[in-house]
Design a protein around this ligand. Sequence first.
Ligand code: NZQ
Ligand code: ZN
Length: 394
Amino acid sequence: MIKDFNFYAPTQVVFGRNAEEKLPELIKKYGGTKVLVHYGGGSAKRSGLLDKVFGMLKEAGIDFVELGGVVPNPLLSKVMEGVALCRKEKVDFILAVGGGSVIDSSKAIGYNTLYEGDPFDFWDGKAVPKACLPVGVMLTIPAAGSEMSSSCVITKDEGMLKRGVNSDYCRCKFCIMNPERTYTLPPYQTAAGAADIMMHTMERYFSKYEDMTLTDSLAEALLRTVKDSVFEVLKNPEDYRNRAQIMWAGSLAHNDLTECGTEKDFATHRLEHELSGLFGVTHGAGLTALWGSWARYVLDKHVNRFVKFAVNVMGVTNDFSDPKGTALKGIEAMERFYTRIGMPVNIHELLGREVTDEEIEILVDKCSRGGKITVGAMEVLHADDMRKIYQMAR
Ligand code: NZQ
Ligand code: ZN
C-alpha cells in the first residue's frame, strides 16, 4: 500500500562556492529589515564566516543584532535570551549561522517571540504553533536537516527535557549551503552528521508501507552516496565533491522527500533524544549506539524490509534460503560501517562507561513520559520495549 502524502518543501536552497554572496538579497526578498544573527560556540567566528556575514549586512544597509553561544542540544534558556532581544530590538528576521542546534534555537526564538504563554508549551504539547518569525540559514554542518525540516528540537534546562515539535510555520525561508564551509568540521562531527543524515532516511525507509518503489530507490541512492562519501571526506576533509554530496543529502534526507508514500518511524530518534538530553552526547553518535539494537528487536516481523536494505544499501549477497540471515548481515554491515567511521555501536562506547539500571529507568520514563506514550510506527514501542532496547544497547 502507498500512503497518501502531502509534500511541502518551501525552503529556497542556494548551493555552491559563491552562494554566500546572495545573503543580503535573500534577507530582503523574505522581508528582513532588522535581523538577529544567531550562532554557536565559536566555529563560525574562527572560520571568518561571521565577520563575512556582518560585513555583507553592513554593506547592504541591513540593520542587525547578534546572539552567540548556542550549545549542541540547544537550551531553552538561550532561546529566552533571544526572545528578549528580538522583542526589545523589534527583530523581524532571524539568520541562523551554524547547524541543527543554531537553527532549532532560531526556530524556537521565532515561535516564542510571537507567543505569550509558557515558552515550553509547544514542546509540552500544551499549545500548537500558530506563527513564527521568518528564519534563514547559513549552514555550516550537514547533519540534522533542520534547514528544510518542519522540526524544532529544544532541551528545557530544568530536568534536561529534550523534545521536538513539528509545524510548517518554522520551515526556513532560505538555506545557503557552501560545502567549503564544512572543511573545518572535526572527523567526529563529520561522521556523526553523516550518521544522522542516513538515519533520517532509514527512519522512513523502515516502514510498513512498502509499495512506493520510487521513494525506496531515492532513499537507497541517498544512503549509498552518503556511505561512500563519508569515507572520502574523512580521508580528505577538503574534498569538495564529496562534501557537496553529503551536504545536499542532509537536506533531502529530512525534507520529507524520502517519506512520500511511506511514514516516519523515528523510534531510534525518540530513544536517542533521551540519551543526548540526559548525557549531552552528540545526536548522531547516540543514534548509531542504538540502531543495531532497535533493528534486531523489530527484525522478526519485518524481515523482507531488512533484506532489501541489506542487499540494496549494504551490498550483502542475498541468500534466498535464509532471509533472516541476509537481514542480519545487513545490520552487522551497518554496524561495521559505523565502527569504521568512528561512531559507537552501543551505549558503553558512546559514554565510555556502563550505563546503570537507574539511568535506563530514567531514559525509559522520559521517553515514554511515565508510560503514557509510545514511539515508532513500523513497530510501535511501549515502555517495556524501550527498556529492552536500551538494555540490548548497553
Ligand atoms: O558551536 P560551534 O562552535 O559552532 O560548533 C559546532 C558544534 O560543536 C560544530 N560545528 C558546526 N559547524 C562547524 C563546526 N565545527 C567546525 N566547522 C564547522 N563548519 O559542530 C558541533 C555540532 O553542531 P550542531 O549544530 O549541534 O550539530 P547538528 O547539526 O548535528 O545539530 C544537532 C541538534 O539538532 C537536533 C539534534 O537533536 C541536536 O539537538 N536535531 C534537529 C532536527 C531538526 N530540527 O529537524 C532533526 C534531528 O534529528 C535532530 O534531532
Ligand atoms: Zn536526527
